[in-house]
Design a protein around this ligand. Structure first.
Ligand code: ADP
Length: 473
């Protein structure tokens, strides 16, 4: 596949240098993209600005019908889109199919929800004035997305933007641009007008600089590392852009002594090994009440030992390759540092290179809170487990992080659960649940995990301006 950039409804950039897209499972080149920079990004922004004048004036019902065509086309092409995700990103094919369904769900949900963008009439304190509040699309949006969910991270941004009447310039990750290109081809087929969606690929720094400093762009929505999020926030201070930042995480999972242990084990495995541990809401550290520690660990290692690692296109595989060598080295570093300081590997612990970089699902026990793995995002298939004595102690340990994205806990007690949920300083809480992401729910973090929420009514509000009209009569 030879990908180009997409500006004002045309695939252009023939003259630009090419970048290779590699399959992380086989290290083979599966396609190319164009290396765009500042001037192409500028052209994309201008196109989005032109299109905004028309797209923002359509009714939400008109936009609904067009977006639903796109939604339906994506589902019709589910198998081939999923194959592209697996080829460029590595995740097991069943997960890629799940991702396409999840990606499409953002489009249908926001297309519907945008019909209910209501204003307000506020009773005035003086007789000769009327106070009206209206909501309007924010304008041209810039979206920068990561490689771990090549489809869903895009639609989570594009769907609310387009449904509310905004137009957009997207920059997918260099590792996974082919899924983005295919989704945009389908958007054209669905009848989304020229300039409403624009795509640039290539020089991340140059593209990011233009997107953040061009005053036409009124909102930046970014998913990726905290480091790059902070940089983009600094750059966009110049233009005072609205921001949605979904950044790193370090999710704790707390297993209380009254939890259903099998359910907790399954949920931790689902959360941790999905995408080979490469999601920002993956469980990163597990605290188990000391009275059930042995039982939990025994059940966990039995199940983890059965997980099949390999190439994602093999339907039996549950854990695919890591995205690249750097990711593999980080997993090794976290395990080595922990074992050097007293942790024990109970299952897994080894990686192997077979063209791609693979790692055995690993359980580490006897970890302590000062180890690297308990503080830094691992982004790989390793579960460190430790024990705790009391709720207050474990809540304090769980909150001791610069991140605040997702946290999980397991208890059958309503009162205890509510207390823990209220005390955890995290934007997303999985209570007896290891898979909390849904289009209709607000997703996002506190502290250095970011700003704003995606999904839910909050996810639509993020693309709207509030205008207050004081009417003298
Ligand atoms: P990861 O480490 O998971 O790849 P990054 O934050 O580096 O996370 O990447 C997420 C997205 O941010 C990707 O699309 C990447 O190209 C983009 N990106 C990285 N550096 C910059 C930058 N300086 N300016 C703009 N975008 C960037």
């Amino acid at each position: 596949m030879e990908g180009k950039i997409y500006i004002n409804g045309e695939w252009v950039g023939e003259q630009l240098p090419q970048l290779k897209v590699m399959n992380p499972a086989t290290n083979e080149c599966i396609g190319t993209i164009k290396q765009a920079g500042t001037s192409e990004t500028m052209a994309a922004i201008v196109a989005a600005n032109e299109a905004f004048r028309i797209w923002s004036k359509k009714t939400s019902h008109e936009r609904f019908h067009i977006l639903m065509k796109w939604h339906d086309l994506i589902l019709q092409h589910k198998q081939s889109l999923a194959k592209t995700i697996t080829e460029e990103m590595g995740k097991p094919i069943s997960e890629s199919i799940g991702e396409i369904e999840y990606a499409a769900s953002f489009i249908s949900w926001f297309a519907e929800e945008a019909k209910r963008v209501y204003g307000r009439n506020i009773p005035s304190r003086v007789r000769n004035k009327r106070i009206q509040v209206m909501k309007q699309p924010i304008g041209v949006v810039a979206a920068i997305t990561p490689w771990n969910f090549p489809a869903a991270m895009l639609t989570r941004k594009m769907a609310p933007a387009l449904a509310s009447g905004c137009t957009i310039v997207v920059k997918p990750a260099e590792e996974t641009p082919l899924t983005a290109i295919k989704l945009i081809e389908l958007s054209k087929e669905a009848g989304i007008s020229d300039g409403v969606i624009n795509l640039v690929t290539g020089d991340a720094e140059a593209i990011g600089k233009e997107l953040t400093t061009n005053s036409i762009v009124r909102k930046l929505t970014f998913t990726g590392s905290t480091k790059v999020g902070k940089l983009l926030m600094q750059q966009s201070a110049k233009t005072m852009q609205n921001l949605s930042l979904e950044l790193g995480g370090h999710a704790p999972a707390i297993v209380c002594e009254d939890a259903k242990i099998d359910k907790a084990v399954d949920a931790v495995i689902t959360s941790k090994f999905r995408n080979a541990g490469q999601t920002c809401i993956c469980v990163n550290r597990v605290y188990v009440h000391h009275t059930i520690y042995e039982e939990f660990v025994t059940k966990l290692i039995q199940k983890v030992a059965k997980l099949k690692v390999g190439r994602g296109l093999d339907e039996q595989v549950q854990v695919g390759p890591l995205i690249n060598k750097k990711a593999y080295e980080k997993v090794k570093l976290h395990i080595n540092e922990a074992t050097r300081r007293g942790a024990t590997v109970r299952v897994g612990g080894e990686g192997y290179v077979d063209k791609g970089y693979y790692f055995q699902p690993t359980v580490l026990i006897d970890v302590t809170d000062d180890m690297l793995i308990m503080k830094e995002e691992t982004f790989g298939p390793v579960i460190p487990v430790t024990s705790f004595q009391s709720d207050e102690e474990v809540i304090s340990r769980a909150n001791h992080s610069c991140y605040g994205l997702a946290a999980y806990f397991f208890t059958e007690s309503m009162a205890r659960g509510l207390h823990i949920a209220e005390e955890l300083e995290y934007g997303i809480i999985g209570w007896n649940d290891g898979a909390p992401s849904m289009a209709e729910a607000p997703f996002g973090g506190m502290k250095e995990s970011g700003i704003g929420r995606e999904g839910g009514t909050e996810g639509l509000e993020a693309y709207l301006e509030t205008k207050y009209i004081s009417l003298g009569i």
